[in-house]
Write a protein that binds this ligand. Structure first.
Ligand SMILES: [Zn+2]
Ligand SMILES: [Zn+2]
Length: 444
């Protein structure tokens, strides 16, 4: 099933486009070569020899020197609907996604109120059909009102279209509750996505527990808060033969825990975020998020986890906050940063250009978030629904200089000059985004 079908987007007129002479890189399909990418009626019709495709009424985009990737898929974003529309909504959040080269995202359920009933899920899906630029999937909460006690009506929520379940924002403290959720999952499906943290170990922590937190006299969140919970939940998933997805890995011990679980045959996948992969945490006070930025050894372990396949995908954990919630003393500041508009550019600048990670691997991981939730990975193979990120790898731009598509401005790379930029995004067969200053070829 295509993304548009799976996520129930309103059928729109599919795009007719020729991306002339683009360097096509599709890591999953295993090809990198120069082509005219021909899109007809919203599907990839052909990868033709460069210069050979006739426009035939389609819009021709001069793409020599540009890269066409399968568009990205983010399995972890916060769109703040319902209840906090002053931070973000489906329209602005999905526009931010499109501007970042994404063709689809999965929205978390820790809204106000949380997404706990089938009516909640249906209302969100209808809103996405009306106003989303890219495909948007929704999770429902595992427990009622995220109280961590009673399970939601998981089967009904699945019937209403919930892709899976998560209490993200809060961990599932009770092993008994997760075990019961895994038993229900056997009947109704739907991956359970887990924010892994032991609240007793995290306590009042506001940053990574280590020499810096000690020197600043701030309470720390130890790595074992995350890794011991992952080990517990992987054991439960293995015991119940359940399917779990671990969110926002931040620590070396956590990568080891997931690696061990995969080795033992547990049905587990996981994600890591660009800020955890790219930021050398010299000044962790600039960044407040949960899980926190950790030590250099943790960052290196995440990189290794991406390389060896332990980490399946890159997720932004895009978490919009209003300015007044961030411009307060560090201890009181809201947790989280936005990241959809900058994920590719930041990874390209910080990891690909210095030679730490291959471009191919980064593109593969940016598209790897669909499969853990039972969706098709975006592909450029002929016949596929057109989901394309057209990028200029040499373009330099300063984050925030031209504003944001997101309603919030708490970008973790605000003010930085990045190299590599998304010029155009095709999502579910339709042109979802074009950079204003990107001049296109003329229609013929
Ligand atoms: Zn979380
Ligand atoms: Zn989150």
């Amino acid at each position: 099933m295509s993304l548009a079908e799976a996520l129930d987007m309103r059928p729109g007129e599919g795009a007719d486009l020729v991306l002339g002479g683009a360097t096509v890189l599709d890591p999953a399909a295993g090809f990198e070569s120069v082509h005219d990418v021909v899109v007809r009626g919203g599907r990839i019709a052909e990868l033709a020899a460069p210069g050979s495709a006739a426009a035939d009424g389609a819009e021709r985009v001069e793409a020599e020197g540009l890269h066409a990737f399968p568009a990205f898929f983010d399995p972890h974003v916060h769109l703040r609907v319902p209840g906090q529309e002053h931070k973000e909504d489906i329209e602005t959040g999905s526009r931010a996604a499109a501007a970042g080269g994404y063709c689809g995202v999965i929205a978390m359920a820790n809204t106000e109120p949380p997404v706990s009933t089938s009516a909640d899920v249906e209302a969100l899906r209808e809103a996405a059909r009306e106003g989303a630029s890219v495909a948007v999937g929704f999770l429902a909460t595992v427990t009622r009102q995220m109280a961590g006690e009673e399970l939601t009506e998981m089967a009904e929520l699945r019937e209403a279209g919930a892709l899976g379940f998560s209490d993200d924002g809060l961990p599932l403290v009770s092993a008994r509750v997760l075990r019961r959720a895994l038993q229900y999952q056997r009947l109704c499906g739907g991956t359970i996505a887990l924010h892994e943290e032991d609240p007793e170990l995290s306590g009042d922590g506001v940053m990574h527990e280590g020499p810096v937190s000690a020197a600043l006299g701030l309470a720390g969140i130890p790595s074992v808060s995350e890794s011991t919970t992952i080990a517990r939940d992987a054991a439960l998933a293995g015991y119940e033969d359940g399917r779990i997805h671990v969110q926002h890995l931040s620590a070396a011990e956590s990568v080891a825990a997931v690696r061990a679980a995969k080795g033992a045959g547990v049905r587990i996948s996981c994600e890591a975020s660009p800020h955890h992969e790219a930021v050398r945490s010299l000044d962790p006070r600039r960044f407040k998020m949960n899980p926190p930025l950790r030590a250099e050894a943790d960052r290196e372990a995440l990189i290794e986890g991406l390389r060896d396949g332990t980490i399946d995908c890159i997720a932004t954990d895009h978490a919009p906050h209003a300015t007044e919630e961030k411009e307060v003393p560090f201890e009181q500041a809201a947790m989280g940063v936005t990241g959809l508009e900058t994920a590719f550019a930041a990874l390209h600048t910080d990891l690909v250009l210095p030679g730490v990670l291959d471009l191919c691997l980064v593109v593969e991981k940016l598209g790897g978030g669909a499969e853990p939730f039972g969706l098709e990975r975006p592909s450029l193979a002929p016949g596929s629904e057109a989901n394309i990120a057209l990028c200029d790898l040499s373009a330099e731009w300063t984050v925030g200089e031209e504003g944001y598509e997101s309603r919030s401005q708490n970008s973790w790379c605000a003010g930085r000059t990045l190299t590599g930029r998304v010029l155009m995004t095709v999502a579910a067969g339709r042109v979802a985004y074009r950079l204003r200053s990107f001049s296109l070829g003329v229609a013929q």
